[in-house]
Design a protein around this ligand. Structure first.
Ligand code: ADP
Length: 483
């Protein structure tokens, strides 16, 4: 159950500085994926509440945008400190609604704070230009202005840090926001609102609505006061929302699905590759968009890598994320585990061999035993579909050219990883991979200082880094004449 003593628990929506329920009092139930227990309810808001939240954000916009960058930064600095100071309570809440291990939840809360702090610092570095003029009597200035109200849709796999990555940048730029957290994990999002208010974010600058996705999304897309839509989630929903938002000429950024390759060359440090493979595949039980989906291992090291990797995976402790030592929590819901089961069944029917896990975990529910499959082939569903779960298929390859071709043979392009000790190959392959993010001898890349984002069906726009603010800024050219 939720601890009512946790000061960051809120079961209401934040609209214009007021904590309110849905107009008709409707709620959605939220469960703990580790136990199936209903931990509480949050408002099931719809279009009308969303419209009011947008209007509140619009009303708050001029005053927030008019604050100096240093003032906006100071508020964000306070917020980052508050998030860090309350990491334990926030992490427990995150694990309760999401399932990931407490250690991972703490990591997510700390990166959430890191994003906010980063953008607190970036607020003061939103520069313009003075362009050398072709006219003697005119000056040319380029300024950057906040786009206005930003609508932010976030997913359930990182319910805290995805909000920081979007809203931190938006607030630094001078935008105001309406956030729709995922209905499966709304508490971390609502907690973000409580923390923001405590940090001194003015009423109406951050608004949060929970409820049924489609009507909230429709209002975001059709309301002319919304000038920007930022979405993290699945590719089909992202494409649908992006096309409609663009038809209404809104700025759009999309962080969508992935199908990350992880290539191990014969010349790699196999111990390191196996260790990084575990991190890259099994973080959040495989439920991240940058998690490796396909392992490509060169013939000469295939058996050695498979053995080391399977051994490490077999040692992962599965259980309720709140228990000490647990590395792998449950999957988010029944649909998620059904997909994992279907991918494993399909792969084994087509000749894959299970060398770790392979079945539902004895704990039942949505727990799956971390799985490694040998002898995977391109005709298996797991080769082309994102499993989003704790299953690692190992494909075999012979040449570098073949590895790159296989790695790129997907419509996705979010993150890719490869392991080699050959310097020339490191540069060649890093250049050849059609991905927005590439790890060379690294299986985990995400940091607030680097640009996160994809190419192809993985979307567009970048979050974090100095580029993350740009998605919330319009450029204005000012010509000063008659000089
Ligand atoms: P996943 O498969 O990871 O749940 P989704 O794309 O369905 O991915 O969900 C990501 C986010 O998008 C969630 O906050 C979800 O509520 C939201 N979402 C899903 N469908 C819509 C929609 N039609 N309009 C707006 N938001 C949506």
């Amino acid at each position: 159950m939720l601890k009512k003593t946790n000061p960051w628990v809120r079961e209401a929506n934040l609209i214009g500085g007021q904590w309110v329920g849905a107009d008709n009092g409707a709620v959605i139930e939220v469960d703990n994926p580790a136990t199936g227990e209903i931990i509480g309810t949050v408002p099931n808001a719809g279009r009308a509440e969303t419209k009011r939240a947008i209007e509140a954000a619009h009303a708050a916009f001029p005053a927030w945008a008019a604050r100096t960058a240093a003032e906006r930064g100071a508020v964000l600095h306070r917020l980052a400190g508050l998030i860090r100071d309350n990491v334990d309570a926030l992490a427990e809440l995150l694990t309760l609604e999401q399932g990931k291990s407490l250690a991972e939840s703490k990591g997510e809360v700390m990166i959430s704070a890191a994003y906010v702090q980063w953008f607190a610092e970036e607020a003061r570095r939103i520069y313009g230009d003075v362009i050398p003029s072709p006219w003697a009597n005119r000056k040319i200035l380029v300024t950057r202005e906040p786009v206005g109200v930003a609508a932010c849709i976030t997913p359930w796999n990182f319910p805290s840090s995805m909000i920081s990555r979007k809203v931190g940048a938006a607030l630094a730029a001078g935008c105001t926001v309406v956030v729709k957290p995922a209905e499966l994990t709304p508490y971390s999002g609502l907690a973000w609102g409580v923390l923001a208010a405590e940090a001194g974010v003015p009423d109406g600058v951050v608004n949060i609505v929970t409820g049924t996705a489609a009507p909230i999304g429709d209002e975001f897309i059709e309301n002319p006061l919304v000038r920007k839509l930022t979405f993290t989630g699945s590719t089909p929903v992202g494409k649908m929302l992006a096309s409609r938002a663009i038809a209404n000429m809104k700025r759009v950024s999309m962080e969508l699905g992935g199908n990350a390759p992880f290539i191990v060359f014969d010349d790699a440090d196999i111990d390191r590759a196996a260790e990084q493979a575990v991190l890259s595949k099994f973080r959040n039980s495989g439920q991240t968009c940058v998690c490796t989906n396909r392992f490509f291992v060169q013939s000469g090291v295939y058996d050695a890598f498979a053995e080391k990797f399977a051994k490490a995976v077999g040692a992962l402790k599965v259980g309720n994320g709140l228990e000490p030592g647990v590395a792998q929590g449950p999957l988010i819901n029944a649909k998620a585990i059904d997909k994992v089961a279907a991918h494993v069944a399909d792969a084994t029917a087509k000749g894959a061999r299970v060398i770790a896990g392979g079945t539902r975990h004895p704990l039942g529910g949505t727990f799956w035993s971390p799985t490694v499959l040998r002898d995977a082939t391109p005709d298996m569903r797991i080769a082309s579909e994102e499993t989003f779960g704790p299953v690692a298929p190992l494909f075999r390859f012979e040449t570098e050219e073949e590895a790159v071709r296989l790695a790129n043979s997907t419509e996705y392009g979010l993150a890719g990883y490869f392991f080699t000790r050959d310097l020339a190959r490191a540069f060649r392959v890093a250049g050849a991979l059609k991905y927005g993010q590439v790890g060379v001898n690294e299986g985990l890349l995400t940091t607030e200082v680097a640009p996160f984002g994809g190419v192809k069906d993985s979307g567009f726009g970048r979050e974090g880094s100095k580029y993350g603010v740009e998605d919330y800024l319009d450029m204005k050219y000012v010509c000063i004449g008659g000089l």
